[in-house]
Design a protein around this ligand. Structure first.
Ligand code: PXP
Length: 266
């Protein structure tokens, strides 16, 4: 089956991260639940792509999962990984549609904070080039910070993925002023990134309640969402959870367009 791309799906793509299906499987060992089956169900619900993070400690996704996803998926695979020699070799062997480079610490529960692109430009630049030479698009997972975005462009990245974790934590804490500040930071970051020619993605911690203000930012063309959707799938199934998220994303984007048209008419 041909792979569907951004152009055939519309302006805001949803990448579904299936890591935590593997977390559940690994809690018991064995093969159930199967992340590949989850990927197919996410696509059935409207996912435009599948994201999986192959961690150094293999706490959820395994090497076999990556092989199966790459061989059997009908949508692009976004491989999240640390910028290490081991991961470079694996990525070049599999050639996913994109690699998202993330910081990784063994003791963290999830990816905390974005990449230090300014501090590691010397090693990141040739790493990015190696992936691109293999035909892989490269994304950097970063804080919504204009200086980091400029460094990402200088390092040759194709994409930046804005880390929405702080925004989501403030929303969970009902900190309205903090949320407004973070949304403004994301809006500015998305604008700067697009202006220097980077494709803009965002993700981390997004839920039905927090997706809207991020989905409204017109420069953002992809959201990557995992933990919340897999959690919701326990109650209502994965296709239904993905379908509802898509609906909220699409609604946010249409509203934005409507508001902009109304403003232009004044
Ligand atoms: N984007 C990146 C780069 C991530 O590392 C993660 C978490 O693995 C996500 C998006 C998705 O975050 P969540 O699982 O909280 O939705």
């Amino acid at each position: 089956m041909p792979i569907e791309t951004a152009e055939t799906r519309g302006p805001l793509r949803l990448g579904v991260n299936i890591d935590h299906v593997a977390t559940l499987r690994n809690a018991r060992g064995g093969l159930h639940p199967d992340p590949l089956r989850a990927a197919h169900l996410a696509i059935e619900g409207g996912a435009d792509g599948i994201t999986a993070h192959l961690r150094e400690d293999r706490r959820h996704i395994s090497d076999t999962d990556i092989t199966r996803l790459k061989n059997e998926l009908t949508r692009p695979l976004n491989l999240e990984m640390a910028a290490t020699d081991e991961m470079l070799e694996i990525a070049i062997r599999h050639v996913p549609n994109a690699c998202c480079l993330v910081p990784e610490r063994r003791e963290e529960r999830t990816t905390e904070g974005g990449l230090d692109v300014i501090g590691s430009a010397k090693t990141l630049t040739p790493f990015i080039a190696r992936l691109q030479d293999a035909g892989i698009r490269v994304s950097l997972f970063i804080e919504p910070d204009p200086r980091t975005i400029e460094a990402a462009a200088e390092a040759g990245a194709d994409i930046v993925e804005l880390h929405t974790g702080r925004y989501c934590n403030l929303a969970l804490a009902h900190d309205a002023a903090g949320v407004a500040h973070e949304v403004a930071r994301h809006a500015e970051a998305a604008r700067v990134a697009a202006s220097v020619g980077l494709e803009v993605h965002a993700g981390h911690g997004l839920t039905y309640n927090t997706v809207r203000p991020i989905a409204e930012l017109s420069e953002i063309i992809e959201l990557n969402i995992g933990h919340f959707l897999i959690g919701e799938a326990i109650f209502g199934g994965l296709p239904a959870a993905v379908r509802r998220m898509r609906l909220l994303m699409d609604d946010a984007r249409n509203l934005y367009a409507t508001r902009r048209t109304a403003k232009a008419r004044v």
